[in-house]
Design a protein around this ligand. Sequence first.
Ligand SMILES: O=C(O)CCC(=O)C(=O)O
Length: 291
Amino acid sequence: MSKREMELGGKYLGDMRDSNDLIGDATALNRRIAEDGYLLLRGLHNVDKVRAVRRMFTDNLTANDQLDPAYPPEECRVREGARGAFLGGSKPLTRNPTFLDLVESPEIMGFFADFLQGDVLTFDFKWMRLVGPGDFSGAHYDVVYMGRGTQNLYTCWTPITDVEYTRGPLCVLVGAHHEEKLVPTYGQMDVDRDHVTGAFSNDPIEMVDLFGGQWKTAEYKMGDVVIFGMHTMHGALDNTSNRFRLSCDCRYQRADEPVDERWIGENPPAHYAWMQGETVTMEDARKKWQV
Ligand SMILES: O=C(O)CCC(=O)C(=O)O
């Protein structure tokens, strides 16, 4: 992760557990997410819907000449020189009925209505990622990007391809004691207001040495999801393969709680000031917070 090596099954990295046996029991699911920081639910999505989104995505990649034509498109083999991209908010991809049929399906909306015990909404802005060879996500809290509404907001991370250990799977820091120090400091930050870079660390080993716990990851199949809250420390392992990892992450909350306006509407404002003008490095911000 972030070019640091961790051994699966060693001190720093282990496997996630799934919580499928708890589906339908909101109390048990809430207890589990409070304990682990995440819920891995295998097969929550209808796989045919995931396959349809993968097809939409690979058609787009083929049209843009980004896939190695010697292999079937669904293998997502990267053409020499092609690169990953952040496609969050892309209208052709994320406002597409095929995509919305997946991430706003009765299964997903129903799951969250049950989990949160009320009517729910999902942000109109959806995050879509094309993760290429060498790409990774540094350790962060989501609250620094979307914390202006309720804190009772959840990310649902969905792989659009199968994701093997080598294809940059999502990982979560479990059993660590970061919250007591980081929720009042890093966790109060807002990237558009404070002009600070967003990832707390690009060193997963440092995180465990500082806060304890262990990174947990998994090999994901199409249909699986990982759900987590705003103060779950997470990132993604480096993609060391020659295939793209396709995934999306969408947000869900109770409809009667405040909403972060940056992510709502036909044309959400999104990040309007982050990484513009003078930006404070995370290194400097951490010195100030003494964390
Ligand atoms: O998919 C990734 O690499 C990162 C995802 C993420 O940070 C999120 O879902 O909040």
